[in-house]
Design a protein around this ligand. Structure first.
Ligand SMILES: NC(=O)c1ccc[n+]([C@@H]2O[C@H](COP(=O)([O-])OP(=O)(O)OC[C@H]3O[C@@H](n4cnc5c(N)ncnc54)[C@H](O)[C@@H]3O)[C@@H](O)[C@H]2O)c1
Length: 360
């Protein structure tokens, strides 16, 4: 979980105001209102969950892509049914959020009828935090797998050049009365967005996150961005990243093998691929039994004996769900420099600036 800036620097924004801001800027840049609302909801969902690296602070980099003509603000993804349980979305270089949202909605519809639905998405863009797709499935009562590939940031094991993406692996399952299961993890020691955030905020990073251009460990985010991210678990992390490329890039017909463009590089389209599966949880037993078993799993996990110095055990996704409850009450904290940068984007297109609330 990302650390917060010191309280003196925080400015609080209500989630609805953050969505209004994003919609205004996007529509001002030519994004159709319906698509702008989807992007706004996904970006604010990341900030609500404490995944600040993938929230509304991404707006300037996305708008730079639109202005540069490498992300098509007006594009409408199209959908093609391949079998009764398989479909493909061609994003036509629209926002990854819009294409993946359409893909997961179709996967859910197919799963409702046939038990499972699989959707491949091609020619897409960065879709931010994967967990919003897991939540989209959970909101429809479904289990899910959410894969994407991404731009080179990680070496394959034994290599020293950036080749594979820090491509997140996500999956979800609904529970009964306990917290739902949402695993959403990058296969690196830390997500690259955390390094961008540290750079933005003038903070240092832990020295085991990345190597600089000379292959030395570094705590300087700028030097880390010139070098490579370190995979989690050595060869296992780099293998998971290759797995994301197989399912999202190779299979879909999108860029793969190191050819996805970095979201901060506005020189050419990103051509990201995604792989989405929705599954009914009551395929092999009643829904009631499934949910009771999920609740039991949760209780067994969080109730197990703790190691020394651990106060509480969390289920995957639980810390983020707790953060969301707090931020829905108190607003989302940003730092002044971030709000200033966001306001500049609003000014460019005559949209409403970020409405900052006085309390936290
Ligand atoms: N779209 C992209 O190309 C892209 C690329 C990289 C990362 N991302 C996003 O960046 C985000 C951050 O990824 P990350 O790997 O840094 O996440 P993270 O390390 O903060 O969390 C990874 C997982 O571990 C769980 N977790 C964390 N701390 C825990 C604890 N103490 N106890 C129990 N569970 C715990 C979290 O709930 C989460 O499911 C993700 O939302 C990911 O989708 C997106």
């Amino acid at each position: 979980m990302a650390e917060e800036a010191s309280s003196s620097q925080k400015l609080y924004v209500q989630p609805a105001d953050a969505e209004t801001y994003v919609k205004g800027v996007l529509e001002g840049n030519g994004v159709p209102a319906e698509n702008a609302a989807i992007v706004a909801k996904c970006l604010v969902a990341a900030d609500l969950r404490g995944v600040d690296t993938h929230g509304i602070n991404r707006i300037p980099s996305y708008m730079a892509r639109i202005r540069q003509g490498v992300l098509d603000a007006r594009a409408q993804p199209t959908l093609q049914e391949v079998t009764p349980v398989v479909a493909q979305v061609d994003a036509h270089n629209a926002f990854g959020f819009v294409a993946a949202h359409m893909g997961m909605a179709k996967a859910i519809d197919m799963a409702k009828v046939y038990g499972i639905g699989m959707v491949s998405v091609k020619h897409s863009n960065h879709f931010g935090m994967s967990a919003w797709l897991g939540q989209q499935a959970i909101d429809a009562g479904m289990m899910s797998l959410v894969f994407t590939n991404s731009s080179p940031a990680l070496p394959v094991w034994g290599g020293k050049e950036k080749l594979m993406g820090v491509s997140p692996i996500a999956c979800g399952a609904p529970a009964g009365k306990e917290k739902s299961f949402i695993l959403d993890m990058a296969p690196s020691v830390a997500a690259r967005g955390k390094i961008y955030k540290a750079k933005r905020r003038g903070e240092k990073i832990p020295s085991d996150w990345a190597l600089d251009a000379e292959g030395r460990q570094t705590d300087d985010p700028a030097a880390a961005l010139e070098g490579v991210m370190l995979p989690m678990g050595g060869p296992k992390g780099s293998a998971l990243s290759i797995m994301m490329d197989v399912f999202s890039g190779v299979l879909s017909g999108s860029a793969f093998a190191g050819h996805v463009t970095n979201p901060y590089d506005p020189s050419k389209p990103a051509d990201v691929g995604h792989f989405l599966v929705a599954m009914k949880p009551d395929l092999f037993m009643s829904l009631e039994d499934f949910k009771a078993r999920m609740d039991y799993l949760y209780q067994r996990c969080v109730g197990c004996e703790k190691m020394a110095d651990v106060d509480r055990i969390y289920f995957p996704g639980e810390i983020e769900q707790i953060t969301e409850e707090t931020r829905r009450r108190e607003g989302i904290p940003y730092v002044e420099a971030e709000v200033k940068t966001l306001d500049e984007e609003a000014e460019r297109v005559g949209a409403e600036k970020v409405r900052v609330s006085s309390h936290g």
